[in-house]
Design a protein around this ligand. Structure first.
Ligand code: FNR
Length: 382
């Protein structure tokens, strides 16, 4: 309403309301090497493109004569009542997306103002304690890249838990970095001078492992932490995590239904179906195409989803495919670059406004009815 009425009275929206315009504007605003990092993916980026394009071969069928004057987008997850089904996916070096290098704080403020949870990355430019404060009343999640050093892993987890994080998201697909030509062909973050990765560097266990103070630039920082980061996890490690935290445990990067079944066998609290936005492995299958099989294998275990969500209709399609909550990635990062907390909040609100309108015009008053209706695979039939 706000945007339509503004348009009628000649006021343009301050930020774009669709992804294509958002990305085009962000391309102008973000320094080239940083843009490579955020926009780029693995190999020739075929999987990354497929993640987005695959949404086009799934469709919803509208229902008529249903009273949808009141719509309900709320969900219940990890025992929390959330006003909408979206959350901000973890993005390392988020901080760099704003001029003051406090992009994680801006994301947390967008979370506070929209009620959309933020999942803070291990690789935040800001310590989790500060991010948590900026999130206000909205629940915060913490994403872990597991260090080889057990005591350090325990410290990162317990700092997140003590600062009020409501879920531990363990990313499985990134114990090393994928083949990313855009980064490899560029001078790789020459502009990243000054404090980076502060969540890591502020950790007392991390600091105790260094023989000298943390280096200021990213290259130096990576040299220093390389030996410590990147534990190769197997199913045998799950019991350790369970013992290390009371937080619900979410495994991120599950795309195979057999892995989803193993998550259920291991009592995982939520399965996070994602291929890291095509940043880790090229030559894969679009994440949305794997979601129905993962949901089926997951049974009653909630399935979170990201990779390729660009709009409100993508959100609703992923819900129809059975996801319990949907991660927004690159779009909010571009929002941060254009307008900090306000820009990110605008992106989230635009996605939610489109999702809400879609429910209205499609005749689905709530997410349960969307799930019940399911999706049509347009490659098979009409
Ligand atoms: C990511 N992603 C990510 N995931 C994670 O678990 N920890 C991290 O630190 C990061 N860092 C990160 C940086 C950047 C620049 C991007 C774009 C992504 C992956 C992220 O959580 C999510 O899976 C993808 O962003 C989903 O793909 P789309 O929808 O953004 O294309």
């Amino acid at each position: 309403n706000e945007i339509y009425l503004g348009g009628l009275s000649g006021t343009l929206p301050k930020y774009p309301v669709d992804f294509a315009t958002l990305e085009a504007r962000a391309q102008q605003a973000i320094a080239p090497d940083l843009l490579n990092y955020v926009q780029g993916g693995c190999g020739d980026e075929h999987t990354q493109r497929s993640n987005v394009e695959a949404f086009h071969h799934w469709g919803m069928v509208p229902r008529m004569l249903v009273d949808c004057t009141v719509r309900d987008l709320s969900i219940r997850l990890f025992g929390l009542d959330l006003p909408s089904p979206i959350f901000m996916a973890p993005i390392g070096l988020n901080g760099e997306m704003t001029q003051d290098r406090k992009g994680d704080i801006a994301a947390a403020k967008a979370s506070a103002s929209t009620g959309v949870p933020f999942c803070a990355s291990t690789l935040s430019n800001t310590p989790i304690e500060d991010v948590s404060q900026a999130s206000g009343q909205t629940p915060l999640f913490f994403q872990l890249y597991t260090p080889k050093d057990e005591e350090l892993a325990r410290s990162l987890i317990s700092r997140a838990e003590k600062s009020g994080s409501k879920a531990l998201v363990i990313t499985l697909d990134t114990w090393l970095t994928g083949w990313r030509p855009r980064d490899l062909n560029s001078a790789n973050f020459p502009q990243l001078r000054g404090k980076v990765l502060e969540n890591y560097f502020s950790d007392p266990v991390f600091r105790s492992r260094l023989d000298r103070p943390p280096e200021d630039d990213l290259a130096g920082a990576v040299r220093q932490w390389r030996a410590i980061f990147g534990k190769v996890l197997t199913w045998d490690d799950i019991a350790w995590f369970r013992e290390a935290t009371q937080m619900p445990i979410v495994l991120k990067g599950i795309c195979h239904p057999e892995d989803a079944r193993r998550c259920v066998d291991h009592g995982i609290d939520a399965i996070y179906c994602s291929n890291h936005g095509g940043r880790q492995a090229n030559g894969g299958i679009a994440a949305i195409d794997m979601l129905p099989a993962v949901v089926e294998a997951a049974g009653d275990t909630p399935v979170l989803f990201d990779s390729g969500i660009r709009s409100g209709s993508d959100v609703i399609k992923a819900i129809a495919a059975g996801a319990a909550a949907i991660g927004i990635g690159r779009p909010y990062s571009y929002g941060l670059a254009l307008g900090g907390a306000e820009g990110a909040a605008h992106v989230l609100r635009s996605i939610l406004a489109e999702a809400d309108l879609l429910l209205a015009v499609n005749g689905y008053p709530d997410l349960a009815s969307v799930r019940k209706a399911g999706l049509k695979d347009l490659r098979c039939s009409i």
